[in-house]
Ligand binder design. Structure first.
Ligand code: GLA
Ligand code: GLA
Length: 693
């Protein structure tokens, strides 16, 4: 064929096809295109650019394998430039243009950035900051999440959008608002909080008794006396405020979610983009009405830490206990850290595969291209200010190609773990309000268990303490300081049904009101344990302060915190003991365990180093029959199992600077190379996707 004919040929075919269709086939409603099992995406802001530019952007996206764009989450002033005046044409066009490039759309409701006309006309919708001053227009998140007028206006724009796009075949889902974070502290919110307290406590007598308000004459004789406290209040008050904040975010979200659901196809999911370990509200509370959990995944320090990042995915997967989306991630670097270093070449791709390995079904870059003005001009993007690709574009395009190749193998698969780590916002808040040792970071405490357990089991769930636990061989609660009655019952039942429960420091110290359990730690679990914490001690970080510990898991020291344990049942065994230190701890139990029927309960009162925690984790997995999801892997290589639909897939990423070779236990199909293998060789940041045969 001549080059001219080659160019004309598809066109001729297309003309012929439409001619035939036009002649015989009845008009068909547009059918949704098949969705890819794993999505690559990007945040795109068409409202910042002339329409004449869009096709060039979408073309570049399509070439990179991008299959969805998230749009409109900050576009309120472009969609409703004046109250009641709507401009949706441009959104129609953006969705239709994207469809031409086989790019689906997630629509964001624009409520994280109310327009100037709105807050000018309804100043009561602006939030009162914690310094007592009203926020103003010009940034974002300036709204009051509890304000009825704001909710009415937010519901209005969400409803209009849902009515227009709820049945659009190219719209696959909705993101409500963006990164919930900012509360309001004015008298209107205080009144709502007091009403919330009334609904939860019923009577002031009950509240006074449960908060022990006789302490410092805090006794309330009228609901209107109860203040808002975020940091230094009565612990019952502090925890109630956080629960109120969480419930209020939930109802803020439901206000929009209900109108979207009422006006959209079931196939369209509803999510919101959360922020990993951020603890501004209880994510379990807020997630429960969503179809899908998603989060914005930015590295904490300069580089990807596979453990921290992996644990954050596992946390997010635990919100609804199923696969989730990475709604935003960095194309190299961000603009909001003190030094915005970039990920290395290859690291962006490694990160995308780590995400998928932990159960992400989508990875979406923030953002496609910087606005030519605005607060985030220097943030990483996929194309530059000139609209042509920046260096990381090619790496993202490789990810796009690979997601397409691996899609069929990964379709219908998810992460299944034998080990659960329990996590609760109540406990993290409670510890942070009264750390007792400034170095007691509850997330680091969780990580000290997560790291060795992940290394051994190769897959961990992080879930709330009230979820069904019977499918787990091992359940670990590193720092469940607030142990509610409901959670305690769940844990007791788990052990009685044959599970192995391991408790870490501070677990069961407080009840659901953030008050002390009179039984001492682990409170309602002490009887089952046949032992308890006699006393806790904060340990300073001077070399002479460290406390020696030795026993089943070798010789080590306890830092930060040490609990003096005792046993009350004859069959409770001591695993570790403290050595000579402050006198109180000398020779006392540091870790104890008891078999209860087919089950087992263990308490660890020391904060031990990584090497010892690895030994402890080995003991935990061995005594509970936990097996590695894959088996031995070379140093620095991570393996992520996903299974389902009769398939078993292992994703490998090499974080070791040296090339590593993974021996497979049997011949597997290398999905990206499309050939069978018995070993795979991985360079630094190298990735392989293997499907068991
Ligand atoms: C001071 C106060 C007490 C108590 C102690 C705690 O002495 O007077 O009420 O707060 O500190 O150390
Ligand atoms: C958050 C926001 C985005 C953007 C990015 C920048 O995730 O949701 O709008 O500001 O941070 O990293």
């Amino acid at each position: 064929m001549t080059s001219l004919l080659r160019k004309l040929f598809p066109l001729t075919l297309a003309v012929l096809f439409f001619a035939v269709q036009g002649a015989s086939a009845p008009a068909q409603p547009p059918q949704p295109e098949a969705q890819p099992p794993i999505y690559l995406g990007t945040a795109w802001y068409p409202e910042q650019w002339p329409e004449s530019r869009w096709d060039a952007d979408l073309d570049l996206m399509q070439k990179a394998g991008i299959r969805f764009v998230r749009i409109t989450e900050f576009a309120w002033s472009s969609m409703e430039p004046e109250e009641g005046v709507y401009k949706f044409d441009w959104v129609d066009h953006a969705i239709a243009d994207a469809a031409k490039h086989h790019i689906f759309v997630v629509l964001g409701t624009p409520t994280a950035a109310p327009p100037a006309w709105l807050t000018q006309k309804y100043p009561e919708t602006l939030r009162i900051k914690d310094n007592g001053r009203r926020d103003e227009h010009g940034n974002r998140q300036q709204f009051n999440w509890a304000n009825p007028k704001y909710r009415e206006l937010a519901r209005g724009i969400a409803e209009k959008m849902a009515q227009r796009y709820g049945h659009n075949p190219n719209v696959i889902g909705w993101q409500i608002d963006n990164e919930y974070a900012a509360e309001s502290y004015g008298p209107d919110v205080q009144k709502q909080f007091q009403d919330w307290l009334k609904a939860h406590y019923g009577t002031l007598d009950n509240l006074n008794q449960r908060w022990a308000t006789a302490y410092w004459s805090q006794t309330y004789t009228d609901w209107s006396q109860i203040p808002i406290e975020e940091k230094y209040g009565n612990p019952g008050l502090l925890l109630s405020w956080k629960r109120f904040v969480s419930d209020t975010w939930r109802s803020y979200q439901k206000n929009q979610l209900d109108v979207i659901r009422a006006n959209s196809d079931k196939r369209q999911f509803i999510t919101t983009n959360m922020m990993g370990w951020f603890d501004g509200y209880d994510h379990y509370t807020v997630s429960q009405d969503l179809d899908l959990a998603s989060w914005d995944d930015y590295v904490r320090r300069d580089h990807l830490d596979p453990y921290i990042n992996g644990a954050t995915h596992d946390l997010t997967r635990g919100f609804l206990r199923k696969n989730f989306w990475v709604m935003e991630t960095q194309p190299g670097f961000v603009n909001w850290r003190p030094v915005n270093t970039t990920l290395d070449k290859g690291e962006v791709r490694a990160m995308a595969w780590l995400d998928v390995g932990h159960g992400a079904d989508a990875v979406s870059y923030w953002q496609w291209r910087s606005a030519l003005n605005g607060q985030e001009e220097l943030h990483g993007t996929l194309v530059g200010a000139d609209g042509t690709p920046v260096p990381v574009y090619n790496e993202v395009a490789q990810v796009g190609k690979e997601f397409a190749e691996a899609g069929p193998a990964l379709a219908g698969t998810s992460v299944h773990s034998q080990v659960a780590i329990l996590h609760s916002y109540d406990s993290r808040w409670a510890i942070n309000w009264q750390r007792h040792n400034k170095n007691f970071d509850p997330v680091e405490q969780i990580m000290s268990y997560y790291k060795p357990l992940r290394e051994l089991a190769q897959s961990i769930d992080i879930v709330a303490p009230t979820v069904p636990l019977s499918s787990y061989k091992l359940v670990v609660a590193p720092g469940l300081e607030v142990l509610t009655d409901e959670a305690a019952k769940n844990l007791i039942a788990y052990v009685k049904n044959g599970g192995h429960l391991v408790l870490g420091q501070r677990t069961g110290m407080k009840n659901g009101d953030n008050g002390l359990w009179p039984e001492r730690e682990p409170g309602p679990l002490a009887e089952l344990l046949g032992g308890r914490v006699d006393q806790f001690y904060a340990i300073d970080d001077k070399p002479e302060d460290v406390v020696p510990v030795s026993g089943t898991w070798g010789n080590t020291t306890s830092k930060i915190w040490a609990e003096q344990l005792s046993t009350s049942a004859s069959d409770t065994k001591v695993l570790m003991r403290y050595g000579k230190s402050n006198g109180w701890l000398d020779g006392q139990p540091a870790a104890i365990t008891r078999k209860v029927g087919r089950g087992q309960i263990t308490y660890i009162g020391a904060w031990m180093d990584d090497a010892t925690m690895l030994k402890a984790a080995k003991w935990m997995t061995e005594t509970s029959g936990v097996t590695a999801a894959f088996g031995p892997v070379p140093d620095g290589v991570d393996v992520y199992p996903r299974e389902g639909d009769g398939k078993k897939v292992f994703i490998f990423v090499n974080f070791n600077k040296e090339r590593q070779t993974v021996k497979l236990p049997s011949t597997m199909h290398d999905v990206l190379e499309d050939k069978d293998e018995n070993t795979v060789s991985l360079e630094h940041y190298g990735v392989a996707v293997l499907q068991a045969k």
